[in-house]
Structures are given as C-alpha cells and as structure tokens.
Design a protein around this ligand. Structure first.
Ligand code: ATP
Ligand code: MG
Length: 548
C-alpha cells in the first residue's frame, strides 16, 4: 500500500512532527459480529491491519457488540478465520466492545455530574418530532433537569425500573447545531434483550457514537480509521473524547467505502439472500463475502492486490468487478497448474490405435513456468473431446476438428477425420479418426501445417466431475442507484451459476484436495469445492474484458 494512501500521508506528518513514534501507531478493526465479512470490510481491515504493519505498530481486533441484536459466536469465529486467511493477526489484542460496558457506564455517570448529560423522557416518536430542522433548533424539555435527578433516573434505568423507549440519556451539546448528530444525541437507551456475552446483565446499552470513541481511547488507539459515512459523526467522536476524561486521544480518519459493480455490499442484503435461500449460504461462491470468495477459489494475494490497486481515497467511487477478476486471473496464471478437463464430452475413437494399448504423454504443468514440472497423461483408443471442438458444419476459419479435417491432440498425435456414428435422435455418438501413429506425435510426414490443437482425455481413465460456471450475481452495474420502486432482488442474474454435470478431468486430479486450484485448459481457473466432492467451481474465465 505504498501508493495513493492519504491516511499514510497524515500519519507521516504526525511522525515527522514528533507526535508519535512509528511503532506507536495503533489501529483497530471493529467488525460487528452480525454477519460474515465481505470485500468492503476487507478493504477496511486491510487499511487497519496494513497501516499498523507498515509502521511496525499494532492493530486490535475488537468485536463491536455494543448493539445487542443479532450477534452470534458463529460470526465471531468466522471473522477471525477470514482475517487470518488474509495473513493478518492481532496477537493477544482481541477484545469485545461489551467488555467496556462498566467503564462506559461510569463515564456516563461522570458526564451527568459534570452537567454534560441528562436523562430525557421523550419517546422515540417525540424525539423525532422535537428534532427541529435546518432553521429550527431541536427542543428538549428535560435539558435543565438537575444533575442529581438525572443520576437517580439513570440508575433506575440501569436497574430495569422503566420500560423500553421511556427514558434515554442524552449528551448536552447544542440543540441548534447544523450537524444533527450534535443536537443532544442519545448516549444510552433501554433495551430488554439478552446480550450474547453479557446475558441479562444490562438493560441499558450505549449508542455506537458514545461507545466507540470510549473503546478506542481505552485501548490506546491512535488512529480510528473508518468509512466515510462516519464523517458527520466525527464532531461527536471528538466531543466524547474531550469529555470522557481518558488519557488517550485517538484521531478518527474516514476513507471511501468500497463499491463494486454488479454487487451489493450491505450485510442486511447479504443476510436476506442467505436467509431466503437465494444463495447457498454466506459462503456461496457468488457472494462477495470473504468466505464466498475463498470457496470460489480466490487467493488472499489476489484480494490484497485488488485492494492495493484501488488505493485509499477520500471520495466514494464504484470499482469495476472486472478488476477483482483480473487480479485473481493474474495470480492464478502464475500459481496454478494446467489440467485437462472436458466439460461437454463427445467420444473420439482412434480407429487405427490398438484396443488394449495405453501410452503416456508428458504435458507441462505450466508452460510459462518450467519449474512447475510435467505430468503423464494416459492416451488410449477411446477419447473424450469437447463438443465445441467439433463442428459438423464448420463456420469460416474453424481450425478445430471438422468433417475431412485434421487437428492436433494437445501434446500428442495429429488425427484425421474418418466419419461419425449418430444416435437415433441425430446427435453424435462418436467421431472416428485415424492418428499419425507412424510418424509419431510430431510433424505430419509431408511437413504440412496443422492449424488447430484441441484437448482430450482417455475415456477409460477420465474422472467424472461436475463444474459450476459462475457469473455476476446481479445484472445491473450500479446496484447502489436503482430506479424508484425497484429492489436489488429484481436484478438477480438467473444465470449466475450454471452447473455442468457429466464433465471429465484427467486422472491426476484423483488426489486433488478441497480448495486446490487449477487452470483447466482453455476453459478457465477452477477450484475444488470445499463442501461438495467432485464439484469444481470456476473462479474466473481465462480472459476478461477488463483492461488493467
Ligand atoms: P454493512 O453496511 O455491510 O452492515 P457495517 O459498516 O455495518 O457494514 P461493520 O461490521 O460495522 O459493518 O464494519 C466494520 C468496518 O468495516 C467498519 O469500520 C466499516 O467502516 C467498514 N466497512 C463496512 N463496509 C465497508 C465498505 N463497503 N467499504 C469500506 N469499509 C467498509
Ligand atoms: Mg457498522
């Protein structure tokens, strides 16, 4: 992350001014454990962990479980797994926001006593009604309540003596502020709900805007990096830091949220897709979640590279999903071995090849990388080739197999068309060819050129598999700006996962492990699914339209 990162420019200045030593830089990543991490969070966590790493500082992982609803240990575990997968670590600095509830409560009491907070009796509806507008200040009839009275009420709130919505604790800031977040914001509200870690201990919960700066300050965070929607909350963040009486003074810096074409990055939407079985779980290979990308076959390096290339900017923008695909394609091009797969098999019978003979041809694992070695692929009389590699009525410039044509079998013989067998329904049962066995796998005897090369598998040795070809989950580029009355559900791509059964791969894939990635010759990069044996997910096709 050397390029275009304005946050590092800020930090460099502070270090130059002597405000911090580089190794004092301390950030945090504060996910809410109410869903799986998606690639937007990934940008945030790379900024948080990456910044700490760059300066030799530290980054805390803090579960932001301030809001008691919908939090789950399943998500806590998954978040940790995803961060480790990307290669980051928090050492022993793993925290829960809820662990600071007691301290946060004490700070609230102090604010009441210093006249900086008061208990208000406006109901949520009244609160909205009394909020004012740009020309009218908000109104709170309870603002001048004596501190002792507020303290007593606040303690009763904590003791569970009032129903939900009846009382709140509010900061006494500025009812006329142009920034509505500063119009005496609510600091605490009553909720009778079990907290996943605190159980029934609390029935009042701090608001995020109050809890978050306190949590940052308690942990000694120097830079609280967050996405742009928190910009208007920064004055309140600073107000809380100014009034909390904690020694540390973290600085909030906002960066642009990541938006990607043909993608939704809101946990609420993603949760809906999961809960309504529109996708096959949070780790469906079409999901923009980290576990989905992992299951699809994305490498951590390709995701880090993607985040590096989009940089860290101050204004929101839309990133072409083609860039993400480009990054994984580039990475897998170097890393993955080539294998033969025939997705739409038809039989090819080599008439002049002995029936019981098997010979082995050596094919390079990665023609671009001699170090990747070679493997042996069996050849026999009956082969499979891809139906697309034969055309009964060839279009112009068709250099694969056609009636009376010839073609090279990759790494093996040149074969000449002889004829074909048809099924009753007119479909092709088998194509017959003869191979140049005498001249042997090289040039044709007379030296003429053979233009096409196709891939093949020995039918007796090939392993049956299924392949799933993925496409974008949504058909619309800009999913953030849909026409009136339209929902993101209206734009689900019906062809986002096309399953192909009855495909074959070469026998060397017999011991492929879940998560192994290969380039299937001419069809794309594939990854063996982590849940379903014998199912290969297509990570990405070989070529995209994206121009890097
Ligand atoms: P969502 O809107 O998907 O529910 P969230 O912001 O509520 O996301 P959190 O778990 O609170 O989810 O997010 C943790 C961190 O990730 C926050 O600091 C937030 O700023 C950041 N973040 C979330 N979405 C994005 C995004 N699309 N781009 C960059 N950062 C993001
Ligand atoms: Mg959030």
């Amino acid at each position: 992350m050397e390029n275009n990162n304005f946050i590092h420019d800020f930090i460099n200045e502070e270090i130059a001014e002597g405000k911090y030593r580089a190794d004092e830089i301390h950030t945090r990543f504060p996910p809410e454990p109410n869903g799986y991490l998606h690639i937007g969070h990934c940008k945030a966590l790379i900024i948080d962990f990456g910044t700490a790493k760059k300066y030799g500082g530290r980054c805390n992982l803090r579960m932001d479980d301030t809001n008691p609803a919908k939090e789950d240990t399943e998500f806590v575990d998954a978040i940790q797994e995803d961060i480790h997968w990307l290669g980051f670590d928090w050492d022993d600095r793993f925290f829960y926001g809820s662990d600071y509830f007691e301290q946060t409560y004490e700070i609230a009491e102090r604010l009441i006593m210093s006249g900086d907070a008061y208990v208000c009796e406006l109901t949520p509806d009244q609160f909205r009604e009394y909020r004012g507008d740009l020309t009218h200040p908000a109104v709170s009839p309870y603002r001048d309540r004596p501190a002792e009275e507020s303290l007593e009420l606040f303690r009763k709130m904590r003791a569970g003596e009032f129903p939900e919505g009846s009382y709140t604790l509010r900061a006494k800031i500025d009812l006329a502020s142009g920034n509505f977040n500063m119009r005496d914001p609510v600091l605490y509200r009553i909720r009778y709900i079990d907290h996943h870690r605190q159980g029934k201990k609390w029935c009042i919960f701090p608001m995020y805007d109050f809890a978050h700066p306190i949590q940052d300050a308690i942990e000694g965070i120097t830079h609280s990096l967050c996405s742009l929607e928190y910009e208007d909350h920064r004055p309140l963040y600073n107000w809380v830091i100014d009034h909390a009486g904690l020694p540390s003074r973290p600085r909030q810096i906002e960066f642009a949220r990541l938006n990607i074409t043909n993608t939704v990055l809101s946990k609420r939407y993603l949760r809906y897709l999961v809960e309504n079985n529109i996708v096959d779980g949070w780790d469906d290979p079409r999901m923009p979640t980290l576990c989905g990308l992992r299951r699809r076959g994305y490498t951590p390096e390709s995701i880090l590279d993607f985040c590096d290339r989009i940089g860290v900017a101050k204004s929101n923008s839309m990133v072409d999903i083609g860039l993400l695909e480009h990054c994984v394609r580039e990475d897998l091009n170097v890393k993955s071995d080539r294998r033969v797969a025939v997705l739409k098999p038809i039989k090819l019978i080599v008439d002049n090849y002995p029936e019981d003979k098997v010979e082995y041809f050596s094919l390079p694992n990665n023609p671009g990388n001699p170090d990747a070695g070679t493997r042996l692929v069996p050849f026999s009389r009956e082969l499979y080739i891809d139906a697309d590699d034969f055309a009964e009525v060839p279009p112009p410039k068709f250099f694969r197999l056609k009636p009376d044509g010839e073609v090279r079998l990759m790494g093996s013989y040149i074969v000449k068309y002889v004829g074909m067998d048809k099924n009753d329904d007119g479909s092709i049962a088998a194509i017959h060819v003869t191979a140049d066995i005498e001249t042997g796998c090289g040039m044709p005897a007379d030296g003429h050129k053979v233009k096409g090369t196709i891939h093949w598998l020995s039918a007796a040795h090939a392993l049956p598999i299924s392949a799933i070809l993925y496409d974008r989950l949504f058909t619309e580029e800009n999913m953030n700006d849909l026409p009136e009355g339209k929902s993101y559900i209206d734009y689900l791509n019906p062809d986002s996962a096309i399953r192909i059964d009855g495909a074959y791969v070469e026998p060397s894939l017999a011991d492929a492990k879940h998560g192994d990635r290969f380039q299937f010759v001419r069809t794309g990069y594939f990854c063996l699914d982590s849940k379903n044996p014998g199912v290969f997910n297509r990570v990405v096709s070989l070529k995209g339209s994206f121009k890097a």
